[in-house]
Design a binder for this molecule. Sequence first.
Ligand code: AP5
Length: 215
Amino acid sequence: MNIILIGPPGAGKGTQAATLVATRNMVQLSTGDMLRAARTSGTEMGKMVAGVMDRGELVTDEIVIGLIEEQLTTADAAGGFIFDGFPRTLAQADALGDLLAKVGKKLDTVIQMAVDDTALVKRITGRFTCGNCGEGYHEEFKTPAVEGKCDKCGETDTFKKRADDNEDALKTRLMAYYKDTSPLIGYYYAKGQLQQVDGLGSIENVGADIAKALD
Ligand code: AP5
């Protein structure tokens, strides 16, 4: 299956995508992760998008569509693709439809993860990740079994926070979501592809609801 996880910043897209990768052999295509990797490796594109991302604004359609196109034509995804954080504008949604058609694939479903803004602030401000393997955690909702040590790779003292996980950038990210991305909910509803899950439950319960929607 090829699916889109759509929801505001902190809705849990990355968390649920990781579960789907582990349980269903799917491939996660997160444009946010790709852009952060470009920044870390210091490419020209990475340098160009750094300020935009830190302010919480959207990177140009051209850049992110290019990143997705590259992955769609090279990645081996027997279990299907999970689009996480893409598309985020109507132009990106149209481009995704065209790109999938070009490689002989189709979009199976779009899962909208609904979470209210108060919960988002708590999730974003409490988030941290392992600097070595990228595993995601939360100060309250998902803590490592041993303090300071990553459950997944075992590295110690590498935890870090994202530069855009602060109050100012979050306001801009939420504004971008409501202005540019939320119209996609109507777009996919009209195409008969939209399903909604309650993203406010526990990580496990949201995962179970997504599994139900997919099966
Ligand atoms: P991106 O990396 O895509 O960020 P985002 O959409 O803001 O989403 P997040 O990663 O913040 O949230 P998430 O929904 O994945 O939540 P998570 O699972 O981590 O984009 C970053 C930037 O890149 C953008 O601002 C933009 O500049 C640029 N960009 C990226 N794609 C772009 C595009 N297509 N076009 C243009 N620009 C683009 O969960 C959050 C926290 O909550 C974690 O700590 C987690 O442990 C916890 N949590 C998760 N689920 C639950 C739960 N059910 N209960 C309790 N806690 C939970």
